[in-house]
Design a protein around this ligand. Structure first.
Ligand code: ZN
Length: 364
């Protein structure tokens, strides 16, 4: 049993009011992949399990337009604000939004900023920001893949501007490539960005091993594109052979995890095979390295995850590990997912990890 920790949790009801439905023929109106249910049910399972009572609630405030402008262009911010005040619109690619989403997106970005602040100032030991809309695909001048503003990039930039933090590592375990976070720090040797994702899933032609940083940032962006069908064996090997050693070499002052839960085997958009115990193990690995290099300072920021049935169980396992509080809830799908063939590391998956691990020495 892990030691009980002071773990922060951030969630706002209004995150669920962001409307990302596509709203255009020939898609029947109603549920779209990025809908509130995964987030609502994650939060509700925390409540039903009793874990929520053991967490330290963090209140968000909206990010300011100056906060946004550390990463986004003023033109883009003004366009989203104007469309949101009218009837909504399209932020770029696959990022439709309804009226009021500008203000909700400010609260999402502000939420991750507040979670980072709470951890950096020592108000809590670690934290999970269950925000919506997600952020890791957003670019300076356009939204992509359901993401309007780059929540994590903005929080890291805030920490460096306002909280006297210099070195930050971002580990993105969402099944899609964290292209926006990569872009934000591509030439920056003080922010190590690591993304493990399904090879060339989304965005198209993004996240290959060769994208390793530029200028002074060469070596400080790591992509680990994994074959579809990768299971716990592949993820654990990638963490043990590459991600954890990279974090130990880099010695960040803070680790931020882009916590997409769409690498789970039941996810409709990803083709990976993780289950809740894998997310628990990955969380433990992050906490262990964080304990050694940055006094346990870890913030997880929610990204994707599209199975309303299964996301809550992965989320609960993560929160149990973060807080050291074990509830009595048992993942009802765990036994089945554990019995799936090919959960162990396969040779073609190992080759993919080795290709990325060859870049480890570039981290000073
Ligand atoms: Zn995703």
């Amino acid at each position: 049993m892990a030691l009980k920790r002071k773990t922060g949790f951030l969630f706002e009801e209004i995150y669920l009011w962001h409307d990302a439905s596509m709203g255009a023929f020939p898609l029947e109106p109603g549920h779209h992949f990025e809908n509130p249910e995964t987030k609502r049910r994650f939060r509700d399972l925390l409540a039903v399990s009793g874990l929520l009572e053991g967490l330290h609630s963090i209140k968000t405030i909206p990010a300011t337009e100056d906060d946004l402008a550390r990463f986004h262009t003023r033109e883009y911010i003004a366009r989203i604000k104007r469309l949101s005040a009218e009837r909504g619109g399209e932020a770029g690619e696959f990022t439709p939004f309804g009226p009021g989403s500008f203000e909700i997106a400010l609260l999402a970005a502000g939420g991750v900023i507040r979670a980072v602040e709470a951890v950096v100032t020592g108000a809590v030991e670690n934290a999970y920001a269950l925000v919506r809309p997600p952020g890791h695909h957003a670019q300076p001048d356009r939204g992509r893949g359901y993401c309007i503003f780059g929540n994590i990039a903005l929080a890291v930039m805030y920490a460096r501007a306002k909280l006297a933090v210099t070195r930050v590592a971002v580990v993105d375990w969402d099944v899609h490539h964290g292209n926006g976070t990569q872009q934000a720090f591509y030439e920056d040797p003080n922010v190590l960005t690591i993304s493990i994702h399904q090879d060339n899933l989304y965005p198209a032609n993004s996240g290959n091993v060769g994208e390793n940083g530029a200028g002074r940032g060469i070596g400080y962006n790591l992509n680990i594109p994994m074959p579809p069908g990768s299971g716990g064996g592949a993820y654990l090997a990638a963490f043990e052979r590459l991600i954890v050693p990279a974090l130990r070499r880099f010695k960040p002052e803070l680790i931020v995890v882009a916590s997409g839960l769409d690498a789970a085997g039941f996810d409709p958009l990803g083709r990976m095979m993780l289950h809740s115990e894998h997310y628990r193990r990955l969380t433990r690995l992050i906490l262990e390295v964080a304990g050694d290099v940055c006094a346990g300072r870890v913030v997880l920021s929610h990204e994707g995850g599209y199975s309303a049935v299964y996301v809550p169980f992965c989320g609960l396992a993560i929160m149990e590990e973060l807080s050291g509080i074990r509830t009595e809830i048992v993942d009802p799908f765990l036994e089945l997912a554990q019995s799936w063939s090919y959960q162990e590391l396969q040779s073609h998956q190992e080759a993919a990890i080795d290709r990325a691990a060859a870049l480890l020495a570039r981290i000073k």
